[in-house]
Design a protein around this ligand. Structure first.
Ligand SMILES: Nc1nc2c(ncn2[C@@H]2O[C@H](COP(=O)(O)OP(=O)(O)OP(=O)(O)O)[C@@H](O)[C@H]2O)c(=O)[nH]1
Ligand SMILES: [Mg+2]
Length: 224
């Protein structure tokens, strides 16, 4: 079957970003993923075992950004080998439950895990999930916002149950990553920048934020 020239094939994309979901067990990582990618929510979902992932594309500036979102268990004993999970990730959604204080207290531990295993340039968004549980709130919005200002991350509160801010959380992080890549590209293409000659990213790109780690995946898909 032939494809019309003016229509892009369904799975075509300009950028592929790997995003990881992290945070304590039960905060709603898997439901955020299923809400975003399939518009599904499960009140009785089981703890994730191993690693699952799903993809979804969004558009920005006439470009298709495909997100490959990885989800693993918050519970240590079910977690997949950490370094493999974080390898190549350009964004992380660090999720806590606004109604469970200890899941917020553990955010610093998750940040440390990112520092130890992920790319230093990874874009982090702190996500306070279950904002529908207003009467049970144990973490103030302002407190989490201030934490993010100090720790250089983005912040949003969501409800996978009520389908509130879920799309925004994923779209915002993807757009931030995209802006960062474009900024980096412009910098590298600047003739006054000596490393500009090394930049070859055109066509489809599997993006890796680490400049030293450029891996060519195939002839059309380059890192930048
Ligand atoms: N009220 C409310 N419940 C939610 C929300 N999101 C998830 N839940 C519930 O919280 C429980 C845990 O959700 P999961 O998505 O399985 O949590 P998880 O973070 O993937 O947990 P692990 O896989 O063990 O790390 C389930 O009972 C969900 O139905 C939300 O926004 N509001
Ligand atoms: Mg899960």
């Amino acid at each position: 079957m032939s494809t019309h020239n003016n229509h892009r094939p369904e799975d075509d994309y300009d950028f592929l970003f790997k995003i990881v979901l992290i945070g304590d067990s039960g905060v709603g990582k898997s439901n955020l993923l299923s809400r975003f990618t399939r518009n599904e929510f499960n009140l009785e979902s089981k703890s994730t075992i191993g690693v699952e992932f799903a993809t979804k594309s969004i558009e920005k500036d006439n470009m298709v950004i495909k997100a490959q979102i990885w989800d693993t268990a918050g519970q240590e004993r079910y977690r997949a080998i950490t370094s493999a999970y974080y390898r190549g990730a350009v964004g992380a959604l660090l999720v806590y439950d606004i109604a469970k204080r200890n899941t917020y207290d553990n955010v610093s531990r998750w940040l440390k895990e990112l520092r130890d295993h992920a790319d230093p340039n990874i874009v982090i968004m702190l996500v306070g999930n279950k904002k529908d549980l207003r009467h049970m709130r144990q973490v103030r919005t302002e407190e989490a916002k201030e934490f993010c200002i100090e720790n250089n991350c983005f912040f949003i509160e969501t409800s996978a149950l009520a389908d509130s801010n879920v799309t925004e959380a994923f779209e915002n992080i993807l757009k931030e990553i995209h802006s960062l890549i474009i900024k980096k590209r412009n910098m590298l293409q600047d003739p006054s920048n000596p490393s500009g000659q090394q930049f070859k990213g055109q066509g489809q790109e599997i993006v890796n934020l680490n400049q030293e780690n450029n891996t060519v995946h195939d002839e059309n898909k380059r890192c930048c």
